[in-house]
Design a protein around this ligand. Structure first.
Ligand code: SAM
Length: 243
């Protein structure tokens, strides 16, 4: 049984990163931002109740279907996939990938609390879960990744942009994917516009025009509902890394 209850007050004219909900637990009531992942991951079952049940998040299911599709159609059988999932949180995406029988899965997140939550909620999902900052290409994340088998698939869901993974961190992660490997990222649709301030649109456009990435497909879908009840659209962008 849940040890908490949540209420999502109606919020109009509020940006995605300012949305909040009210948590009631052990007689204490507090307001928490939906992007305050560490606070949310600290309460078992809260991320699932908030994102999956109340806000009807589709991303884990969509990413599972997309990975199955690109594997079948771009000649990397699921049984040969070695996946790095960046910004893995408490492991909801990893759980779906394992349902496909992905044999090798490494998770990464900047937050030790996210890692602890993944070990608590999905203890057998990741072969390895690395905590650290992707923007430091000489840092601990990359020295730990050197000990893993080569990566032929990079996944990111809801972890690019805002104050999460930057283009630099994403670029460093992309550099460790072997040539011919696949990439599937789910990102807020505005972030892919060429003039968006996150820089993702411009950066990915340049990788494609310089033949570093080949675009396979782009799928627009409802990531989740906003607190106002309106749909929030994300894009899953799939590419092959050419070199
Ligand atoms: C919206 S959650 C998504 C979690 C998971 N991908 C999912 O879909 O359930 C964003 C995650 O990105 C992580 N994150 C934020 N900044 C990061 C960074 N610089 N490097 C790696 N992970 C980061 C957060 O700690 C959080 O776990």
């Amino acid at each position: 049984m849940k040890s908490f209850s949540i209420v999502i007050p109606d919020q109009k004219d509020i940006t995605q990163d300012q949305e909040f909900f009210i948590l009631e637990q052990n007689g204490i009531t507090q307001e928490i931002k939906i992007h305050d992942y560490d606070k949310i991951f600290s309460v078992p079952g809260l991320y699932e109740e908030l994102l999956m049940n109340k806000l009807q998040c589709n991303s884990p299911r969509v990413m599972k279907n997309v990975v199955e599709f690109i594997s079948k159609n771009y000649f990397i059988p699921i049984t040969e996939m070695s996946v790095l999932e960046i910004g893995a949180g408490n492991g909801l995406i990893g759980e779906k990938l394992r349902q496909l029988d992905v044999p090798h899965l490494v998770g990464q997140d900047i937050s030790q609390i996210a890692c602890d939550a993944a070990m608590r909620d999905q203890p057998k999902i990741y072969d390895k879960y690395i905590v650290g900052d992707l923007s430091d290409s000489n840092g601990e994340v990359f020295s730990k990744l050197k000990d893993t088998s080569s990566i032929n698939c990079l996944i990111a869901v809801g972890s690019l942009g805002f104050s999460d993974i930057s283009t630099k961190g994403f670029s460093n992660a992309l550099n460790i994917v072997e040539p011919g490997g696949l990439l599937a990222i789910s990102i807020k649709e505005e972030f892919l516009l060429s003039d968006n301030q996150t820089g993702f649109g411009k950066f990915i456009d340049s990788l494609i025009s310089e033949n570093f990435l080949e675009k396979i497909c782009e799928i627009r879908y409802v990531h989740r509902l906003a607190t106002s009840g309106k749909p929030i659209f994300y894009i899953v962008l799939c590419c092959r890394k050419l070199r």
